[in-house]
Write a protein that binds this ligand. Structure first.
Ligand code: NAD
Length: 295
């Protein structure tokens, strides 16, 4: 029975994951490298819960209980009482392998170790531990409190009862789990990233401009956001690194990243987080302006 969940990494995804577990009655240990990062995460969770309260999605009582369910910490020592650990630290293979090696030492027997990785092999992460049968992918989407999907990724050795537990748990969080196997990009990014890459190729080859490409996909396919805007939102560096994983993992040239994407990342135009990608972002403004480069 899962009662205590530890979340490693209190960034964009980690604070959202801690938020949903705490909201659904689980005790949460939230771990990051520094106290200021943890304080920032708690401030974000509080703000997001206030938004849910304003919309009538939760009560004041649920908010207060959820916040009191979260304990912050800067070391892995406090993880020994967890039945599930969800790692949502920075997307870096060596870092994740090192984290899994360490948490495997402190986590009690039977504790499930999950990773929220977007692109790193679950089988590879599992091989860093002495319990590969208990390692699984739990790929939440951003923003976690809003998005319904959890892509549950079976590593090569993941045990069936572990998958069943994670599926059931995701449903308890009011999410919809989809079970997939561990191949590059899983399902979400294997399908999304080639679409984004193709949109960038269409721009690069002059087939259409930024606004036209995004409008065709929004109005024609009922996508809430065009692929170029979505790429800016995800981060162009993140898109490039996932395409590299697909390209290398399958050895198929169809996944080769568009040279325009490579150039933009090299030039530091990473999308929303740097203020410019296919669009320009002015803090505080909701208006979507095509970047000067593409006018
Ligand atoms: P982020 O940079 O916002 O947060 C990462 C956090 O990990 C930071 O707070 C950092 O201090 C912390 N961290 C780094 N090393 C650590 C360590 N040794 N111990 C504890 N904490 C450590 O990143 P993010 O966007 O939240 O991404 C986290 C994971 O989620 C990545 O694997 C990413 O691929 C995946 N993911 C991201 C998104 C997204 O849209 N951002 C969506 C799905 C999955």
């Amino acid at each position: 029975m899962i009662k205590t969940v530890s979340v490693i990494g209190a960034g964009t995804m980690g604070n959202g994951i801690a938020h949903v577990f705490a909201q659904h009655g689980y005790l949460v240990n939230l771990v990051d490298l520094s106290k200021p990062q943890l304080d920032k995460a708690i401030a974000t969770i509080t703000k997001n819960m206030e938004r849910q309260l304003d919309k009538g999605l939760i009560t004041e009582e649920i908010k207060a209980r959820a916040l009191s369910n979260i304990t912050t910490m800067t070391s892995f020592a406090g993880l020994k009482d967890s039945q599930l650990i969800v790692e949502a630290a920075t997307e870096n293979t060596d870092l994740k392998l090192s984290i899994f090696k360490q948490i495997d030492e402190v986590a009690p027997e039977g504790c499930i170790l999950a990773s929220n990785t977007s692109s790193i092999s679950i089988t590879k992460i599992a091989a860093a531990t002495k319990r590969p049968g208990h390692v699984i992918g739990m790929h939440f989407m951003n923003p976690v409190p809003v998005m319904k999907l959890v892509e549950v990724i079976n590593g090569y050795a993941t045990k069936k009862d572990v998958t069943d537990t994670v599926v059931e748990l995701s449903q308890k969080l009011n999410k919809v789990p989809c079970v997939v196997n561990d191949y590059p990009g899983f399902i979400a990014n294997r399908i999304l990233m080639p679409m984004i890459n193709e949109a960038i190729y269409s721009l690069y080859e002059g087939v259409a401009d930024v606004k036209a490409i995004d409008t065709v996909m929004k109005l024609g396919m009922a996508h809430p956001m065009g692929p170029l805007q979505l790429a800016d939102f995800i981060g162009l560096d993140v898109c490039l690194s996932i395409l590299d994983v697909l390209h290398k993992g399958f050895g198929n040239p169809k996944y080769a990243p568009c040279p325009l994407l490579v150039n933009m990342v090299t030039a530091g135009k990473l999308g929303v987080k740097t203020g410019e990608g296919f669009y320009s972002y002015i803090q505080g403004s909701k208006e979507l302006t095509v970047s000067e480069q593409f006018k």
